[in-house]
Design a protein around this ligand. Sequence first.
Ligand SMILES: [Zn+2]
Ligand SMILES: [Zn+2]
Length: 296
Amino acid sequence: MLIGGHVSTRGGIDKAVDVALSIGAEVIQTHPSQPQTWRPLTIEEATAERLREKAAAARLAGHWFHAVYLINLATADEVLLKRSIGSLVHYMDLAARLGADGVVFHPGSHRGAGFEPMLPTIGSALRQVLGRTDSPARLLVENSAGQGGCVGCRFEEIGAILDVAGDDPRLGVCLDTCHSFANGYDIRTPAGVRSTIDEFESAVGFDRLVLVHANDSREELGANRDRHANIGEGLIGTAGFGMLLADPRLRRVPWVLEVPGEGQGPDLANVNRLRELAGLAPAVARDPYGAVQTSR
Ligand SMILES: [Zn+2]
Ligand SMILES: [Zn+2]
């Protein structure tokens, strides 16, 4: 199976591959542009070329973009909806150009209007995004942690969103462990893991699962709060991750860490905690030229 993490693009998006090598990541996720702004990203062809070359040399096995946080497909505000659709189209096109595999996004918030009434809007927005780009990249709906008016917090909502969006094969799902826990899916115990997996299977289906976000949680079960912890340092714990990693339907897809590490984000220690729980040999830090770094 493939394990990696969300990495910084500071200094240029190609630098993400250097970080990947330094933390033993086989796959990465990036924010290609500032996640708090709508500003579209212009990437020089030289940078795009450097990224494609580095990714190939590093044998990077996957690169996912995380969409900006402002996106809301469940809004009655037409300007916001238009911007959200435009931003996702921009990211999908960028993924095609840079050789990235897909774009992960949170559907947004209905702000009190209710999930059901906004469902047709979400479906139409997703059909517009996919209709406006011929990018082969996947477009992945991620389950959210559950702050007010949350859309796509429960697995049934994710399933309903995919159903109403049509049958474009590019649509898929990213499952975040911390967000699931925040919504009351108890992945600490064997019975809880079993029922969570069963519920995901019947509401969404594992054929639509493309990516896992592997995060422990600093908040209690069902708290609807989104605070990620390092693997084994939160309230899910290593036993929970071990059980999830034992399921072949979850191992089939890449796992991407979005944990704090020592303050710099996902690190080699977290990658290796997951690798150990998955029964894989530890990864080593490499420099951008492929050499193994001397350990401290
Ligand atoms: Zn996530
Ligand atoms: Zn989160």
